[in-house]
Design a protein around this ligand. Sequence first.
Ligand code: C5P
Length: 235
Amino acid sequence: MAKTGLIIALDTQDPLEAEKWALATDNVGHMIKLGMEFTYACGLDAVRTLARGRRLFLDLKLHDIPNTVSAAIKSLESVRPAMLTIHTLGGYEMIQAARKAIDESFPPAVKPLLLGVTVLTSMDEQGLNEIGIRNSPMEEVVCLGKMAIQAGVDGLVCSPVEIARLRQELGKEPKLVVPGIRMKNAETHDQKRVMSPAEAHRAGADWVVVGRPITRAADPAEAAKAIVREMQDHS
Ligand code: C5P
């Protein structure tokens, strides 16, 4: 079974705290993830500093008209992320524009993977209903996922619960990046569609994204190691 990588979500507004978590887990995690919280609070220079010598998943979940998303991606070239995210709900044309922006503005050797966020892992059926979507989370993820792959994403961000179905529908090629990871019987926080690291690995995740179970642990390095160990034990 292919290896599943661990991405550590450094969700904080404090660059020193982010650096502390990154240093503690440098030899365990395979990539760091910085999102809106860190980027808006600390700025892109702080993102560049933290990403130096590390692989960066820049999770800004871009969602706007095609022209704006395209321009935003072009302006991220100097940050050199290994992966970046857009919302698939932005639609086919927005995704195509994002693909084109990456292909035109990043040198081939440092081209980031373009990932489409499908349905946030904090949403359940009721949450979708409230925004007028009658599909179940699974149906909606499959619908958005198929459309996004056709429009040009390299992979998808989905909940662990949808991995098996997406593999069935889309094959092995698309990268599947999976948040909503919790150890058995642990607190789920605001995540609704969760699985354990071993379950996500077995289902076929390329990467799992883990934040609070590592960063809020008494010993983040140990917590990260336990997750990697659990995935290795189930290979
Ligand atoms: O702390 P926790 O493990 O829940 O963190 C999960 C991370 O993955 C957060 O940074 C969150 O923004 C991100 N994420 C998510 N669900 C998605 C996409 C990204 O939880 N669909």
